[in-house]
Design a protein around this ligand. Sequence first.
Ligand code: GS8
Length: 214
Amino acid sequence: MAIKVHGYAMSTCTARVLLCLSEKGLEYEVVPVDVANGAHKQQPYLSLNPFGQIPAFEDGDVKIFESRAISKYLARKYKDTGIDLLGSSSLTVSTIVDTWMEVESHQFNSPMQAIIRQMIVNPIFGIATDEKIIETELEKLGKVLDVYEERLSKCKYLGGDFYSLADLHHIPYLVYFMRTPKSSVITSRPHVSAWWNDISSRPATVKVAETMKV
Ligand code: GS8
């Protein structure tokens, strides 16, 4: 049975899953969820994601939610298809990849999500942007990126000298962030900038980013 991703490509969490599928060169179907009419807050969608959020994922009998858990499932199940995204060569290497996946979830995601909400999502819904929130969250993001700058001065990618899920998980928010007037937060840090240039030009990234239209 074909892989199904319930969501829509402009959603960053859906895009995270689509990026992983594209890297692996897997066939999939995107099943649109009528978020505008609240379909994600009702059955039958709640049986796929009880938190009423997108995406949700089906691979035959396997049903999963949480975009990062879905990408890890894909990377593990299809370890030998396309490139290894887990640093599977040793326990130490895979743990370093895990560490930077955790950093994305717990350090990078929060300020980035707040900034994208203010600068991209709110204008779509006619909600005023709060400059104070943007300033505060940019400061937090800058501190996180200073750590990235140091890390990326030592290796080409976050997990080491190979591309992994640790890098891939960052891509959806960065696609939107780089379209804002604040993109210099990335380009002013030479190693972070080189990293972004590299990961954003991967064919899988280019393909998914083209579908991320707001
Ligand atoms: C977050 C899902 C989420 O926030 C994941 O899958 O990674 N940790 C989860 N989904 C958002 C769209 S993200 O672009 C969503 O469903 N928002 C609508 C809502 O919460 O009602």
